[in-house]
Design a binder for this molecule. Structure first.
Ligand code: ATP
Length: 355
């Protein structure tokens, strides 16, 4: 794998203060990201937040109203899309229906020579093997499953050996099981080739699963750029805390500092020893559902189970506590019902500053 860096010394793609507008609509506001060479970098966020626009700006299909785009350290403002050394895969396969699979992959070499001294035939065979579709070259695209079609779209994008791979929701039209399998394939291929990749998805679980780093996008702005682990464990904003994974967020006020505690309604919650807070300060207390156990913990609450979902390896309990909703994840063999005592430790509390 590639070290996740904060930009690194070896630049892959950089956006520097990029804004993009469509008429009166501002799609991107002052976006700065630095994707390191060889990194698998994912843009995740809700529908309409600007993910696709970011990708299209990197590809050269949109022109920033402000800011700079650099690929491999070079400004690309004046480089048209077809001259950017970029391979792209979109959500909707977009294979040419009147061409065989082989011809579709070879189309990726229409404007560029194969890398090295491979012939087109050799390069196509190499790519078909890479995406595990060797021997399928003579097929018609209409004879492919959705997953196979996306593999071919990936092979076509990679055929000229681009320095940068852009993937826009390439798996979102596939069913859940296939999506999970293919995301591993995409990650494997990316790592084998060591190709700098910017991946767009609205699926936060997918983003966490396959990325070196993830940028959470909200309403045209970057909320946080971090490794999947840090995004999950140390969300920097309320939006990230709620968008990435399940979370419980309670607004409260710091009531003491030795040891640190907060009052949520009139209930005292122990905060981590390391919390840098002062008495009277407003805070948002975040506790992941899986950090809450039935019965014990440094902070305990009495909650009412309203509903339970069986997840296979656990139950997700939809509870209420003090008129607030509370999610609890438990690996108990049976879901409890009615009134339960739940607890969590101070070390499992993450703090955000209050409103
Ligand atoms: P989705 O996940 O739904 O594809 P997204 O995060 O990729 O969403 P974008 O497609 O980048 O979001 O759109 C960002 C904003 O810019 C939206 O408000 C969208 O309506 C607007 N927008 C995007 N393209 C255009 C366009 N060509 N003309 C006008 N507005 C546009």
């Amino acid at each position: 794998g590639v070290e996740a860096t904060d930009g690194g010394t070896d630049p892959g793609v950089e956006l520097d203060g990029v804004s993009v507008t469509f008429g009166g609509v501002t799609a991107l506001r002052d976006v700065s990201i630095a994707v390191a060479n060889g990194e698998f970098f994912t843009l995740v966020g809700p529908s309409g937040c600007g993910k696709t626009t970011t990708l299209r700006t990197i590809a050269g299909f949109e022109t920033p109203a402000a800011g700079q785009v650099r690929i491999g350290g070079q400004r690309v403002d004046d480089v048209p899309p077809e001259e950017r050394d970029v391979g792209i895969v979109f959500q909707n396969y977009a294979l040419f229906p009147h061409m065989s699979v082989r011809e579709n992959v070879a189309y990726g070499l229409h404007f560029r020579d194969p890398p090295g001294d491979a012939t087109t035939e050799e390069r196509v065979d190499e790519l078909l093997s890479l995406v595990d579709m060797a021997g399928m070259g003579e097929r018609d695209p209409s004879a492919l499953s959705g997953g196979q079609a996306q593999r071919i779209a990936l092979a076509r994008a990679l055929a000229p050996g681009p320095e940068l791979l852009l993937l826009d929701e390439p798996l979102s039209a596939l069913d859940a099981r296939l999506r999970e399998r293919l995301r591993v394939t995409v990650r494997d291929i990316q790592q084998d080739l060591g190709i700098t990749t910017v991946y767009v998805t609205h699926d936060q679980a997918e983003a966490l699963a396959i990325s070196d780093r993830v940028a959470v996008v909200n309403d045209g702005r970057i909320e946080q750029v971090d490794t999947p682990e840090r995004l999950y464990r140390e969300p920097a904003s309320r939006f990230v805390a709620e968008f990435v994974g399940d979370n419980n967020l309670f607004d409260g006020e710091v009531s003491a500092t030795q040891p640190p505690r907060a009052l949520v309604d009139d209930h005292e919650i122990r905060l981590p020893e390391s919390a840098d807070v002062s008495t009277g300060e407003s805070v948002a207390v975040c506790v992941r559902p899986e950090a809450i156990s039935l019965d014990s913990g440094e902070t305990t609450l009495t909650a009412t189970v309203e509903n339970s979902e069986f997840l296979g390896d656990a139950y997700r309990l939809h509870c209420t506590w003090n008129g607030r909703s509370l999610l609890v994840k438990t690996d108990a063999r049976q879901p409890p019902d009615d009134s339960i005592k739940v607890g969590f430790d101070a070390a499992d509390v993450h703090l955000l500053s209050g409103e």
